[in-house]
Design a protein around this ligand. Structure first.
Ligand code: MN
Ligand code: MN
Length: 306
């Protein structure tokens, strides 16, 4: 029976390329594995797969009765609804430990590094399997994306070392140039609806019985979002109502200024001030040096609410 590998809902490039690279490794190890995805590709992932000529993983929403490997998450809220009926063989992840449990032992590759693809790179090394040139290029892009071209506080020496090796395999001359080219694609807002933008990288978290949605848009210049900001506000208000959420926070991250403008809708007006020590004005606030949702946003909210 084939193993199905998938990343989180609302997949980002790490979830897509992580599934592709891990499925490839499994196949090389003689285990039949298929890369799948739980949702639409975002423009950045589309660009990566086109650039390196890699097939788009199959869309799959039901995994009951299947053998699965999870990539880039260990939270029930980010896995398929029927994950409890799937047979979880393993997890590759770099987030806080989630709430997924299994009735039998499983293999876990969970490390505090900047990207799941960094861990998959370590797995290739562990099993002494060569990474094909195109997959190496895609893994490199996923790491550049998750670490915001090494600027995110989540980036570690393990990530930069993996990138140095992937650069060699992929034959990339200018890694920062590649990263900037990719982030320029990621920054494109023209033609995207407000809902596409607010949910492009959106995750729900359960904290002390409250559901909080946190989205993030990473751009090379935050001023390109000025013209859509009121639409983004209107849409996060809708997301809050539709999902019965306690709060929805949207981070507009400027990767050059290295900080994030947070747009806020919350049942508790003091939530953000209490969590981050800065007082929002008109439901928004600039958070200097804040680039990572997982390392600089979620822990503060959890401390406050959980
Ligand atoms: Mn991810
Ligand atoms: Mn990731």
């Amino acid at each position: 029976m084939a193993i199905y590998v998938y990343g989180h809902t609302n997949p980002d490039s790490d979830s897509i390329v992580g599934a592709i690279s891990l499925a490839y490794l499994k196949n090389q190890l003689g285990e039949e594995a298929v890369a799948t995805r739980q949702g639409k590709l975002n423009p950045e992932s589309t660009w990566i797969l086109e650039k390196f000529n890699i097939d788009v993983p199959d869309l799959m929403l039901e995994y009951a009765g299947k053998d699965v490997w999870l990539v880039d998450h260990s939270d029930l809220a980010q896995s398929p609804q029927d994950v409890k009926e799937a047979n979880i063989l393993g997890i590759v992840d770099h987030h806080k430990l989630g709430d997924i449990t299994t009735p039998t032992p499983l293999e876990c590759w969970i490390r505090p590094v900047g990207c799941s693809c960094t861990i998959v790179k370590e797995m290739f090394d562990f099993y002494k399997v060569d990474i094909p040139k195109d997959i190496a290029g895609a893994m490199l892009c996923a790491i550049l994306s998750d670490t915001v071209i090494f600027k995110s506080p989540t980036c570690t020496k393990v990530d930069t070392k993996a990138c140095r090796e992937l650069v060699e395999i992929a034959g990339v001359d200018d890694v920062r140039g590649l990263g900037m080219e990719m982030f320029t694609v990621k920054s494109a807002v023209d033609g995207a609806s407000p809902r596409e933008l607010t949910t492009r990288d959106f995750k729900d978290f359960e904290m002390g019985g409250k559901k909080i949605g946190v989205g993030q848009l990473e751009v090379v210049d935050i001023s390109i979002l000025d013209k859509v900001k009121s639409d983004l506000f209107a849409d996060i208000n809708k997301l809050k109502e539709e999902g019965g959420r306690f709060a929805v926070l949207l981070l507009l991250t400027d990767i050059m200024k290295e900080g994030s403008q947070m747009l806020i809708v919350s049942d508790d007006d003091t939530l953000v001030e209490k969590a981050f020590g800065v007082k929002p004005e008109f439901n928004e606030v600039w958070l200097d040096k804040v680039m990572s949702r997982k390392k600089q946003i979620i822990p503060n909210l959890e401390k406050l609410l959980a």
